[in-house]
Design a protein around this ligand. Structure first.
Ligand SMILES: Nc1ncnc2c1ncn2[C@@H]1O[C@H](COP(=O)(O)OP(=O)(O)O)[C@@H](O)[C@H]1O
Ligand SMILES: [Mg+2]
Length: 373
């Protein structure tokens, strides 16, 4: 899966966006730069939600949240939201997302029931009112036009794409696909579980399998990676008579990643520790690692434990908590850890951009300007 081109005429702060991500560029890693407020996070979230949430009914509320306030202008019959071109492994798929006004009675219909005459699929109904609450009447519908022989074929195509799109982001940012009133909670200090932004984000993460936030290293994911590697080795033994080396290469990767520390798995798979050799051997636990070490480890484990391959991986502010050397190195890390993916990295880091050719670096206004010292 490869995102070839994205065009967004006018969505929130994004104006006249038209970015091409060349398929033949090696590595397939594209920094996306702009100054603060340029719209990088908005763009990544828009792409993610359109591609991840368009077919599965359970995920459509995220699409509706994102679109609230996206209004078709008076006198116009439709408004283009985004045009996304994707290479699906065999062919170029052109996805044209646009909104049309509709009557409240039409909005009561089941989205699945109709495909209109121009081969567009209805994705969801939503409210274009700008009010910050969730109880507005839906009066607009989002549709997607794609050339396909049948509605089922179109849906299956969208379904395949939705399994191959991922977003990694810091949890401290505002996610536009959460309900508008819950976004406000990021700025309040309520401690009640049901009124807590991070609680709401955690349940969104549960629904949106493609969403990952850098802030936590789930030790159970780490242990799961060990178990998966062990099982792969065992399956290979059944097939060929000798064990594979997945387990060993996982250990080697993790030891390389942590530099001066060696990772150890408890014999009963109950936990991990890290041996630090400083003349004497010190035993450390995940909670003893630095912010940057944990982040690097968590990205690696996320890619491995979710088997993220042949996918489009959008990463926002991946450089936070990394020393400039690691900001530079994250490019070769991603290439090594999961080379079949395409990565789009929204960033403010020159060190990260310098690890690639200038043509890899995509920019939106206002552009980053490096101060020469
Ligand atoms: N409805 C809107 N119309 C225009 N601009 C908006 C709208 N909503 C938010 N913005 C602007 O978009 C910017 C947020 O964009 P964001 O994607 O977070 O930027 P970046 O990630 O590049 O720092 C803010 O500067 C905000 O003022
Ligand atoms: Mg941002």
């Amino acid at each position: 899966m490869h995102l070839l081109r994205v065009q967004v005429p006018d969505f929130r702060g994004l104006k006249n966006i038209d970015i091409t991500f060349e398929k033949d560029f090696v590595p397939s890693i594209f920094p996306l730069g702009s100054q603060n407020g340029g719209g990088k996070s908005t763009l990544l979230q828009l792409i993610f939600v359109l591609l991840h949430c368009s077919v599965d009914e359970d995920k459509k509320p995220f699409l509706q949240n994102l679109l609230q306030g996206f209004k078709v202008a008076d006198g116009q019959d439709k408004r283009v939201l985004a045009i996304i071109d994707i290479w699906d492994g065999q062919k170029i798929v052109n996805l044209d997302f646009f909104s049309e006004e509709c009557s409240p009675s039409e909005a009561m219909l089941d989205c699945n029931e109709d495909i209109n005459s121009e081969d567009s699929i209805n994705l969801c109904y939503y409210s274009s009112a700008q009010k910050n609450n969730n109880n507005q009447e839906p009066n607009t519908k989002l549709q997607c036009h794609l050339t396909c022989q049948s509605k089922d074929q179109a849906k299956s195509l969208l379904h395949n794409i939705s399994r191959k799109i991922f977003l990694a982001a810091p949890s401290t940012q505002v996610f536009l696909f959460l309900p508008p009133d819950s976004r406000k909670l990021l700025f309040s200090n309520s401690s009640k579980a049901d009124k807590n932004y991070y609680g709401i984000l955690a349940s969104a993460r549960f629904e949106l399998k493609g969403l990952f936030t850098y802030d936590f290293l789930a030790v159970n994911l780490l242990i799961k990676s060990f178990k998966d590697a062990r099982d792969r080795d065992f399956r290979e033994a059944i097939k060929t008579g000798s064990y594979g080396n997945s387990y060993q290469s996982l250990i080697n990767d993790l030891n390389l990643l942590l530099g001066n520390k060696r990772i150890n798995l408890n014999e009963d798979f109950s936990g991990v520790n890290f041996k630090l050799d400083n003349g004497e051997t010190i035993e450390l636990y995940p909670e003893d690692l630095s912010h940057g070490e944990l982040k690097r480890l968590s990205i690696y484990i996320w890619l491995k434990s979710r088997n993220i391959e042949d996918a489009i991986v959008l990463m926002d502010e991946v450089e936070i908590a990394f020393h400039p050397d690691w900001q530079y190195q994250i490019i070769s890390d991603l290439q090594e850890w999961a080379p079949s993916n395409q990565y789009i990295l929204a960033t403010h880091s020159y060190a990260l951009c310098e690890a690639l050719t200038p043509a890899h670096v995509k920019e939106i206004e206002p552009k980053l300007i490096k101060q020469e010292s």
